[in-house]
Design a protein around this ligand. Structure first.
Ligand code: F0G
Length: 458
C-alpha cells in the first residue's frame, strides 16, 4: 500500500486556542460592529483572517533570532539578508522595510506621480491604495478566466497582454512607467502566474520601454505551481525556478510576512543603482537607516533563514497540500469555491453560496459573519467592501467576484482544524435559505475602509 502524504515537520511548541458558544459569539460580533477585524483574537477559535505574519517559525529561525546583530549601521544581520536576496532572488541592491506596504510606499515615492497609470494583475489593496493615494490609477489586466470561479485553468493569475496593449492604446503612454505583477495573484484567489506569462510581460515591457516590478508576497508558492503545472519545469528545483522568475523583473517589493515565514518584515530589491539611490532617501525618511529600514537585526536574520526554507520543495508541498485538503473537502460538500484551489487560501464564491443576498447587501461579508457565528472561524471578505469606492466618483465599486477568503497560516493548524472548517462551512451552506438579509455600512473611512468599517445587520 502506498504511504499517505504527511507533513515535512514535527511540532515543537504549541499555543492554546479557545472554543466559545454561539451566544458569546453573537454578542462579540455585534460589539465588533460586524467587522471581523474588530474581534479580539481570543474570541476566535480558528483564525483564517490572513496568512500574513501568522505562521510558525522553524527552530532554525528561532536560533537565528539569538544571533541578531542590533548595530544601527552595518549589522551582520543586514549582510545575511543581502546574501540571501542575492543568492535566491538575484538582486544586487535591496532596502529592508518594516512590511510589504512600506516597501510599496518607498518604491512608489520614486516611481509614481499624479496622473500616472500602473497596469497589473489585480493589485493588492495596499498596492492600489499607494497608487491612488498619489492620484495615479491602477488598471487591472488580469485574464478573464480569473473571474469565473468554476473554470479550471492552471494559471488564473496571469496578465492579459492584450489588455496591457489596450491600456497603451487608450492612454498617454508617457504616463506608464512600470507594470506590477503580483505573484501569486492574491485577490483573484491565490492563483499563480506562469513562467511563460512572466516572459511575455517582460517582452512587452521591453517593447514599451517600461519596468516590471514583481509584488512578491507569495513568490515561492508561485514557483511551486510552476513546477507542478508548467511543462518543462517538473525537474527544476524551486530555487532554480525562483531565480528564472526574477530574471524577468527590474525590481520587487516583498511582504516577508508571507513566503519568508516571519511575523514582520519586508524589503525592496532592484537591479538599478540609480533607482536604489533614489529609493534610499525615502527609506531613510520613512523606514530607518539603510541597513535596517524598520527591522531589528534578529528579524532580518530570521527573514534570511525563512527565504531559504520557504523556497524548499518539501515545505511548499506540505503547505499547499493542506490548503488543497481543505478545498477538496469543501468541493465534496458542494460548496462553490474558486478553482483550481489557490496557494495560500480557499476562496468561497459568496454570490453563488448566498444567491438571495443582493450585492448592495455585501454577500461575502454576510457569509464571513455567518461562518464566525457558526464555529468561531474568522475569514475575510474579498468583495465590495474591500473594493471600496471609486476615488473620483465616490460610487461603490462592485467587483465581479464576492469572495470569502479562508487564508491558512503557514505551519500552524492541523488537518483536524481543516475538517472543522469544512463542516462549519457546510452547516452554513445547509441553512443558506434562512439567510435572507445582508449588512449595511454605517461608518467608513475615506480610503481602505474594510479595516475599520462599521456595519449593521439588515
Ligand atoms: N502585496 C500582496 C500581494 C499582499 O497580499 C500584501 C498583504 C501586501 C502586498 C502588503 O504587505 O501586509 O506586509 O504590508 N497581504 C495581507 C493579506 C495583508 O492578508 O493578504 P504587508
Amino acid at each position: 500500500m502506498e504511504l499517505p502524504f504527511s507533513e515535512s515537520y514535527r511540532i515543537k511548541m504549541v499555543a492554546p486556542i479557545k472554543k466559545s458558544t454561539r451566544q458569546e459569539r453573537e454578542a462579540w460580533i455585534k460589539a465588533a460592529n460586524y467587522n471581523l477585524f474588530n474581534l479580539k483574537s481570543d474570541q476566535v477559535f480558528i483564525d483564517l483572517l490572513t496568512d500574513s505574519g501568522t505562521g510558525a517559525m522553524s527552530e532554525q529561525q528561532w536560533a537565528e533570532l539569538m544571533l541578531g546583530d542590533e548595530s544601527y549601521a552595518g549589522a551582520s544581520s543586514y549582510y545575511k539578508m543581502k546574501t540571501a536576496i542575492k543568492n535566491i532572488l538575484g538582486f544586487d541592491y535591496f532596502l529592508p522595510t518594516h512590511q510589504g506596504r512600506a516597501a510599496e510606499n518607498v518604491l512608489f515615492s520614486v516611481l509614481v506621480e499624479a496622473g500616472d497609470i500602473v497596469p497589473g494583475n489585480s493589485h493588492f489593496d495596499t498596492t492600489k491604495g499607494h497608487i491612488e493615494f498619489r492620484k495615479a490609477k491602477a488598471i487591472d489586466c488580469t485574464i478573464d478566466e480569473a473571474f469565473h470561479t468554476e473554470l479550471e485553468y492552471p494559471f488564473k493569475g496571469n496578465v492579459d497582454i492584450k489588455k496591457l496593449q489596450k491600456v497603451f492604446d487608450e492612454n498617454d503612454a508617457s504616463k506608464i512607467k512600470f507594470f506590477i505583477v503580483t505573484i501569486t495573484n492574491n485577490t483573484s484567489g491565490g492563483q499563480p502566474v506562469s513562467m511563460e506569462n512572466l516572459r511575455a510581460v517582460r517582452k512587452f515591457a521591453d517593447e514599451k520601454e517600461v519596468m516590471v516590478v514583481i509584488d512578491s508576497a507569495r513568490f515561492a508558492e508561485n514557483a511551486y505551481f510552476i513546477k507542478t503545472r508548467e511543462k518543462g519545469y517538473e525537474n527544476k528545483s524551486i530555487k532554480e525556478i525562483v531565480a528564472e522568475m526574477y530574471t524577468y523583473a527590474d525590481a520587487m517589493t516583498m511582504s516577508s510576512k508571507k513566503d519568508a515565514i516571519v511575523n514582520m518584515g519586508g524589503f525592496i530589491a532592484m537591479r538599478d543603482k540609480e533607482l536604489f539611490d533614489k529609493a534610499s532617501t525615502f527609506n531613510i525618511m520613512f523606514e530607518g537607516y539603510l541597513t535596517y529600514g524598520g527591522m531589528s537585526g534578529r528579524d532580518m536574520n530570521a527573514l534570511a533563514q525563512g527565504l531559504d526554507e520557504g523556497t524548499e520543495f518539501d515545505y511548499l508541498e506540505t503547505r499547499i497540500k493542506q490548503v488543497e485538503y481543505l478545498g477538496n473537502r469543501l468541493i465534496e460538500f458542494g460548496i462553490p469555491i474558486q478553482k483550481p484551489i489557490g496557494g495560500h487560501a480557499v476562496f468561497i464564491d459568496a454570490k453563488r453560496m448566498l444567491p438571495s443576498i443582493p450585492k448592495e447587501e455585501f454577500p461575502a461579508q454576510t457569509l464571513a459573519i455567518e461562518l464566525y457565528l457558526e464555529a468561531g472561524i474568522r475569514g475575510v471578505e474579498i468583495g465590495a467592501i474591500l473594493a471600496d469606492r471609486d476615488p473620483v466618483t465616490r460610487e461603490n465599486r462592485y467587483p465581479d467576484l464576492e469572495l470569502v477568503r479562508l487564508a491558512i497560516p503557514r505551519r500552524t493548524y492541523t488537518n483536524n482544524h481543516m475538517d472543522v472548517i469544512a463542516v462549519a462551512v457546510k452547516n452554513v451552506f445547509d441553512r443558506k435559505d434562512q439567510i435572507k438579509k445582508g449588512v449595511k455600512i454605517i461608518k467608513e473611512a475615506p480610503i481602505m475602509r474594510h479595516f475599520t468599517v462599521a456595519l449593521e445587520r439588515l
